[in-house]
Every structure is written in C-alpha cells, then in structure tokens.
Ligand binder design. Structure first.
Ligand SMILES: Cc1ncc(COP(=O)(O)O)c(C=O)c1O
Length: 369
C-alpha cells in the first residue's frame, strides 16, 4: 500500500543528529535516567526479568494512567509504543476506504498521511491565525456532514500551541453527536500548558471519544516510547488485536519507569520542570520576534514545546530551512511540512542557552533578506 513521505518526521530523522543546533524538537529537553530515578529504583531495575509482560500494558501502569482521567478503568487503556503507534492503531482499526473524516489543520501530519493511504476522504478544518489559532466553530458545522465518521483534533495543537476552550470542546461534541461521529483527540501535549492549568481531556465528555496521550512531550521522556490509547472498552479491545500485529508490547523497563514517574508525588515535578523551561523560552522567543518584527510574527503558544512563526521574506520555507542547515548547521521545521509555506516551527523545549545560540544562527540568514 502506497504512503506519502511523512516529511516532518523524515527531515528530522535525516538531519537532527548531524547539526550543531537542532530546534526541530517539539517536546522538552529529555531527562537523563539518573535525574529521574532514585538509587533504589535503579537497583530495582537490575532485578527486572525481561519478558514480554502483558501485551496491552501492565496492570499497575494502566491503573496508574486510569487515575489521570475521569470515569475510566484499566480496560479502557491500551499501552503503545509512543503516541505514534496509538494513532496508527486507532486509525487502522477504525477507518475503512471511502470513509470521511474532518481533520484539524495544521497538525502533526501523521493521521493526515495514514488516512490518505487508507483511501479515506480527509476534509480539513483550518485553525485561524486571526483567532489566535482558534477554531471557527461555524465553519466546522458547515464541514461536518452525515458522511463524517470522525472529527480528528490535536489539543493542545502541534504546531501552533493553541488550546480549545471548554465551550469549543462542548460545541465540537454537539456537532459530532448530531451526526453520530467519533471524536479522536491527540492529547499528547496535555500537561504542557504555560499557565500551569491542565486542560480537560475529552474523555468522559462524550461516548464516542478516543484519545491518545503519552510521555514524549509534556514529560520530556520520548526515549521511553510510552504512549496510550483510551476509549470505550470495546474499541480498545479491538485496537489491542491490531497491536498484536504491530509491536506486540511495549518495553518492560519503560513501563516500570513510566509507572514511577506518573505517581502523584512525582508527576508534578516533571511537568513543572518542563513548563518553567517553556515559560522562559517563550519570553526569549517574544523578544527575538520583536527584534525582527518587520519580518517575523507569531501568536505565542498557550501550551506545548514550540513556536509557529510567520515570515514575510521572499524565500520558500523548505529552501530557507535548507540554507539554515547547510550554512549554519541549524535545523528547524519548514511550514511546507504542514502544507503552510511562509511559516517555520521552532522548538522551545531546549535549554535557554542552546535556544539562544540557535536563534543567533537563524538571525544571520534572516538578516540577509
Ligand atoms: C501531536 C503529536 N502526536 C504524536 C506524536 C508522536 O509521539 P510519540 O513520540 O509519543 O510517538 C508527536 C511527535 O512529535 C506529536 O507531535
């Protein structure tokens, strides 16, 4: 089956380890194991027997995750290798050729690519910069029809860092319920809100909701490859059967660590560390944009680890990012990866000095125009 290149991931994979400044990351500077775990926990890991474990995720970890949501239990959860696998399995198990979905754009383009390869009809609902990257609910009403089987959201949004208000969430639910559509929400950036107030999950707000979450972004632990899919028991059991065909299970070491970091006494420590990094870097970015305000503008993100920047210099975004990579050894994401030329995505989750150094390199090119 044909699938189009996932440009966002491919460009990162090709270059992120060879440049001096990689500002493509949309998550936070990852933890080292020794920063995360106590000596006793490290000793406990040495005693771990490296079997497959329970393939839908250990009971203790799913019970811990269930406590992070309202009115669910461990049977509503499938543990996956990152949220990427959760997204893939969900789409594979739910979608049929010629189905119609309505997809929030811009977005992490994984579901866009998967749905197209499954011959699904993808109808975009574009977030609006003049609404601070909010959604025009009237427009959504006009796009959703009786044919719509699913509305796909990313909340908080990658790449804009915008957040749906509670009213908008309720409006979207009303629109979906009128036609009996599913709502699928990638909530991987929940927990990375700048104001420290965790946004509500769609889980528990409507029967036909499936969400994904994971440790790669708000928690700064992408290397653990821990994600999860949450939804009605019957859908999760079905997804589990698909998971048997992809990776069988997630790593036991990762599951053990995930269970430790998601405990109520540990979890806030990780989220607060990452939010304060984000707060500091948003200020750095605001200052930098102001300095170049005749060429650059952005709506400051409300969550997540990135800034989505509009530029008005005369160069295509892929060309601009190529110049940056080749001449300045600095990698950022071209708006083209989201189908939006004249935009750039710059990661805000790194250490401040690193971000500043990368921005200096970008500035050297921008000033030539
Ligand atoms: C919105 C979104 N969903 C899913 C993923 C994949 O995350 P994971 O590393 O958990 O597979 C990403 C990665 O950038 C993302 O931005």
């Amino acid at each position: 089956m044909e699938i189009e290149i996932f440009e966002l991931e491919r460009r990162q994979s090709l270059w992120e380890n060879t440049v001096e400044y990689n500002l493509t990351e949309s998550g936070f500077h990852p933890y080292k194991l020794k920063e995360l775990l106590s000596k006793n926990q490290i000793l406990e890991l040495q005693d771990l027997q490296l079997g497959y474990g329970q393939t839908n995720g250990s009971i203790e970890l799913r019970e811990t995750i269930a406590k992070l949501y309202k009115n669910i239990n461990l049977n509503n959860i499938l543990l996956t290798n990152g949220s990427a696998e959760a997204n893939f399995i969900a789409m594979w198990s739910l979608l049929e050729p010629n189905d119609e979905i309505v997809l929030m754009l811009p977005n992490y383009m994984q579901i866009w690519g998967i749905a197209k390869s499954f011959a699904v009809d993808v109808k975009p609902i574009n977030l609006k910069q003049n609404l601070d990257w909010g959604m025009d609910i009237e427009e959504l009403k006009n796009i959703v029809s009786k044919k719509t089987m699913m509305i796909v959201l990313c909340n908080p949004n990658n790449p804009t860092g915008s957040i749906l208000t509670l009213d908008q969430m309720n409006d979207i639910i009303e629109i979906a319920s009128e036609v009996g559509a599913w709502i699928y929400v990638d909530e991987i950036y929940r927990g990375a809100e700048l104001d420290g107030r965790e946004i509500p999950s769609f889980i528990g707000m409507y029967d036909k909701v499936i969400v994904t979450g994971g440790l790669s972004k708000a928690y700064g632990l992408p290397g653990l490859r821990i994600g999860w899919l949450i939804g009605p028991e019957i859908e999760i059991e079905k997804a589990w059967a698909y998971h048997d065909y992809t990776s069988i299970s997630t790593g036991l070491i990762s599951q053990k660590i995930a269970n430790w970091v998601l405990q109520p006494e540990k979890r806030p420590e990780l989220l607060n560390r990452n939010r304060s990094m984000l707060k500091e870097n948003v200020q750095v970015m605001e200052k930098w944009i102001k300095k170049h305000q005749n060429k650059l503008s952005f709506v400051p993100p409300k969550a997540g680890g990135m800034a989505f920047i509009q530029y008005n210099i005369n160069i295509n975004s892929t060309e601009l990012t190529k110049r940056l990579k080749n001449e300045k050894s600095t990698l950022i994401v071209a708006g083209d990866c989201f189908g939006m030329d004249n935009y750039l995505r710059i990661g805000l989750g790194s250490e401040k000095e690193y971000l500043l150094a990368g921005l200096n390199r970008i500035e050297e090119i921008i000033e030539e125009y």
